[in-house]
Design a protein around this ligand. Structure first.
Ligand code: SAH
Length: 195
């Protein structure tokens, strides 16, 4: 097994683990009644962009090696950073699903008895699950030694993130009013103290 094969296997492990973490929450979310649907077609298109960057393009690369012109030889330190980013992403992804509980939705929905979560990781940033997605997207860029397949992660995820996060905050203001505004005033979005 070459180093490139090992890196590809690590990325694949991460994506499978990602899905395993999400699966029980997806099952439960089907049974949790929805109050407001604010996602619509726009959010579906954005989710497809994210899935293309984080899933479709890297899987094509894994299976076929395409596009070969974008291959490069990775530095060992770069690969090690990629592994650390991936490990951090998985831990954060698991914890945020646990802490958000029944309030989680794959798109912009609110639930019938929606609660504002502002404790645990949510006391540090407003969107810690999106922080986990950023770590996953960066892990992809560091792990896959191909410019195109690697950068597809941050570009695909970034498209969903930047075009969604403002709308999600508007939905939260709509639902929780002043309580969410005060929460916004004391927290950043994804990186504590920075952004
Ligand atoms: N942006 C959050 C949640 C992602 S799941 C994060 O990154 O951790 C998306 C759903 O979570 C949205 O549809 C919204 O209804 C809900 N949500 C977002 N922030 C929330 C919060 N602080 N408390 C409860 N629900 C929240």
């Amino acid at each position: 097994m070459s180093r490139v094969d090992i890196l590809k296997a690590i990325w694949l492990f991460g994506v499978v683990a990602w899905y395993v973490i999400r699966f029980p929450h997806e099952q439960r979310s089907r049974k949790t009644p929805v109050a407001q649907r604010a996602g619509g077609w726009r959010d579906k298109i954005l989710m497809s962009a994210s899935l293309t960057g984080l899933g479709v393009i890297p899987v094509i690369y894994l299976l076929s090696g395409a596009p070969r012109f974008a291959d490069y030889t990775p530095h060992l330190l770069q690969s090690a950073i990629g592994v650390l980013l991936l490990a951090g992403a998985l831990v954060l992804f698991h914890l945020t699903h646990k802490q958000l509980g029944r309030n989680w939705s794959v798109t912009l929905n609110t639930r019938k008895s929606h609660k504002l979560i502002d404790t645990g990781l949510y006391a540090y940033v407003r969107h810690p699950m999106y922080s986990a997605f950023w770590l996953l997207a960066l892990a992809q860029a560091f792990l896959l030694p191909n410019w195109f397949a690697g950068l597809a992660g941050p570009i695909g995820w970034g498209t969903l993130f930047f075009l969604r996060v403002g709308r999600e905050e508007m939905l939260m203001i709509d639902t929780f009013g002043e309580e969410y505004r005060r929460y916004m005033a004391r927290t950043k979005r994804v990186v504590p103290g920075l952004y």
